[in-house]
Design a protein around this ligand. Structure first.
Ligand code: ADP
Ligand code: MG
Length: 328
């Protein structure tokens, strides 16, 4: 089935909450996903990515909220909704006593793929996931990398509109990771792909859109480029001087556009300052002139670009700070 592009919501996650006892694993998640893109759920371990995916795919009930897949409620119309989804869970349910081809036939039958299409579908999927050479091998005798491909193959089988992959590259070697990424890019030509990862480089590499999840909450969501820009707008400036930290603070107090200043002594007994700049300001000239006016030489003055790495750290960190503050 081909879905029309442009503003249509293929997946709607509304106010999703999941509690395990007292523990809030998913905390009011709310987002819409359009067809034809690669989405990345990025978050540290324990953020709630797998729980969210298990709910989106109908494997787990939510405490509150709803998930609509192409307009169908995953709980109220599970069969209709699940027809759209292929899922590679964190621990794929592989029948290790089956041969690869047997297992895929079994999955094809479960998915209700018609007998006429079954053989050609399985062949195509085995080609895509590079499983042809091992089709006669027992799954239990396969390496971790090959087993992961079998997991991927079962998710892709039947070519559903939406392919959801929970940490698809965990445990793979670098060569296998590159292959899986290529496969994911390929899939995105015809499918909407959602993958999760705790590795920033991975989602930056393959995803069109990143949803950063921390402690069950959506803390930011945008394209990788915009997320980086967002942080670049409030960039920081670093400087070094030989004067006392208090003096540095005093001079900087006359400069407009400063959010916060961190000061420390370096090993060479100089004073190093990191200045958080308010959005829209370029304070470098003003800082230079303020030091010049006091006849204090600057040993170094530079702008620091914030990488997405730091965005990720900062956003997930900020949540921690807020939670700690709440506990005090
Ligand atoms: P992620 O996939 O981002 O690593 P998970 O969704 O697996 O995160 O877990 C989110 C939180 O919920 C974690 O704190 C985890 O310990 C907790 N959790 C996950 N599954 C269960 C469960 N079955 N029972 C109790 N707590 C769970
Ligand atoms: Mg997980």
């Amino acid at each position: 089935m081909i879905l029309e592009q442009g503003g249509k919501n293929l997946i709607e996650v509304k106010n999703l909450v999941k509690k395990y006892g007292d523990h809030l694993a998913v905390d009011h998640l709310d987002f819409r996903l359009e067809p034809g893109k690669i989405y990345g759920f990025l978050g540290p371990n324990g953020a709630g990515k797998s729980t969210t995916m298990n709910i989106m795919t109908g494997y787990l009930g939510a405490t509150e909220g709803e998930v609509l897949i192409d307009g169908c409620d995953i709980l109220k119309e599970p069969e209709e909704a699940k027809r759209h989804i292929g899922y590679l869970p964190e621990l794929p349910p592989l029948y290790t006593d089956m041969k690869v081809s047997e297992y895929l036939e079994f999955v094809a039958e479960l998915k209700g793929i018609s007998k006429i299409r079954r053989e050609s579908d399985i062949e195509e999927v085995m080609k895509l996931t590079k499983l042809v050479d091992v089709e006669g091998r027992l799954i239990r005798n396969l390496s971790k990398g090959y087993r992961q491909r079998v997991g991927l193959a079962q998710a892709i089988l039947g070519f559903p509109d939406i392919i959801i992959l929970d940490e698809p590259t965990v445990g793979l070697d670098p060569k296998q990771i590159i292959e899986i990424r290529e496969l994911i890019r390929n899939l995105s030509k015809k499918h909407t792909v959602i993958l999760s990862s705790h590795i920033l480089a991975e989602v930056r590499e393959v995803c069109d859109y990143i949803l950063i999840i921390s402690k069950g909450k959506l803390v930011a969501s945008d394209t990788p480029e915009k997320l980086e820009r967002l942080m670049n707008e409030s960039e920081s400036v670093e400087l070094e001087s030989k004067i006392h930290p208090n003096m540095v603070r005093e001079i900087l107090s006359s400069v407009e556009g400063i959010d916060a200043v961190e000061i420390e002594k370096t090993e060479n007994e100089t004073t190093y300052a990191k200045i958080e700049v308010k959005a829209g300001y370029d304070i470098r000239e003003a800082v230079f002139l303020a030091f010049a006016e006091k006849k204090v030489p600057l040993l170094m003055l530079k702008t620091v670009k914030v990488s997405l790495e730091e965005v990720f750290m900062e956003l997930t960190q900020r949540e921690e700070d807020v939670n700690h503050a709440g506990n005090l």
